[in-house]
Design a binder for this molecule. Structure first.
Ligand SMILES: O=C(O)CCC(=O)C(=O)O
Ligand SMILES: [Fe+2]
Length: 347
């Protein structure tokens, strides 16, 4: 939503005295409205929690990972090797950017609203379509890998340790993503480097999402239902519940566990595993009383890489191969609408 050239951020709407009603562009059609109110209490403990500590039997670990990947496409990991104070630091600097800087200061980092996934401070995920319902979310997207894309001078200068924290976090999350891709490959009887070899150089983006408290959580979504485009997403959230994963046609709210990292399989993992593992459909709901923060770290291939089902996995292939850049363009143009884009590749 652009008014007279001014980019609109949800926070600027939420900060005005609009305590009664949200603007109509943010109201979801009845079929997409959240079933549970974002009151921070609706959590579910059934989502697998996998312990990655080093002395575990690798075969048992792969079995657990395989079950979580085929039943949920998402799971928590603990003892993941990422420093716990670093998880707290990134939540702290992320929320300080949104809460402590003025709108004018934040808009100095505005992303290019005409180009999908451009780096910086934004609010609208999709490129065009004036009639699309808008998400109740602002975000800051950072390009972190390969290192040639990493330019901390484009990231917030305040708080003073912001850029250092993002860099450290990016490095540690890449190591964890590589470890998990190895275990996921192994869990299917593939060589542990199989997925990473198919991916080539890892493209990593870190998106800090900020969902201001919303006067009508029953009518809005923080982030519409989607599956992530790439291979694997590693997500942390603050203590306000809001992330939901789709399971058997129901929405399950993901418990915020401060020391755990939530793993979400993306569409390229579904393709390469020939559908044995499914990408997880998820959404974020809003909260009537509190703002919410999440940090999602995406791991994707280069735009020129083509991804197809691994020949050894349950032939014949069930998906057409796809050039990743084409997949991304279609996703941002048509919108995710749950799994519309990957379903279009089904043979
Ligand atoms: O905020 C969340 O919990 C979800 C974020 C997410 O799904 C995304 O950025 O793709
Ligand atoms: Fe997502």
């Amino acid at each position: 939503m652009e008014v007279a050239g001014e980019p609109i951020r949800v926070q600027s709407i939420a900060d005005k005295d609009l305590k009664v009603a949200v603007p109509p562009q943010y109201i979801q059609p009845p079929e997409n409205r959240p079933s549970k109110l974002g009151n921070g209490n609706a959590t579910d403990h059934k989502i697998p929690m996998i312990d990655l500590r080093g002395d575990r039997d690798v075969n048992l670990l792969c079995e657990e990972i395989g079950r979580a990947c085929s039943e949920w496409g998402a799971f928590h990991v603990i003892n993941h090797g990422v420093s716990i104070p670093l998880l707290d630091q990134i939540r702290k600097v992320g929320s300080s950017f949104f809460a402590d800087l003025s709108m004018t200061e934040k808009l100095r980092y505005a992303c290019d609203s005409n180009s999908p996934a451009s780096e910086g401070y934004g609010s609208r995920m999709l490129v065009a379509s004036d009639d699309a319902v808008l998400d109740w979310r602002d975000y800051f997207d950072h390009h972190t890998f390969p290192l040639s894309r990493r330019n901390p001078s484009r990231w917030p200068h305040s708080p003073p340790n912001y850029r250092e924290v993002i860099e450290k976090y990016s490095d540690q999350m890449k190591i964890l993503a590589q470890k998990l891709l190895g275990l996921i490959s192994k869990s299917l009887g593939l060589s542990s480097s199989f997925i990473e070899d198919a991916m080539g150089e890892i493209y990593q983006n870190i998106t800090v999402s900020y969902y201001p408290s919303c006067p009508q959580p029953e009518l809005t979504l923080g982030l519409q239902s989607h599956s992530d485009m790439g291979f694997i997403t590693l997500l942390i959230q603050d203590n306000v519940a809001g992330l939901q994963v789709s399971k058997n046609d129901d929405w399950v709210t993901v418990d915020p566990v401060s020391h755990a990292i939530f793993v979400i399989l993306g569409d390229q993992t579904e393709i390469i595993t020939n559908g044995i593992y499914k990408s997880a459909v998820h959404q974020a709901i809003t909260n009537g009383n509190r703002a919410r923060l999440s940090v999602a770290t995406f791991h994707d291939p280069a735009k020129t890489v083509s991804v197809s089902p691994a020949p050894s996995l349950n032939p014949p292939p069930r998906y057409h191969g796809v050039v990743y850049g084409d997949y991304v363009s279609s996703w941002y143009t048509k919108g995710p609408n749950g799994k519309r884009n990957i379903d279009a590749l089904l043979i």
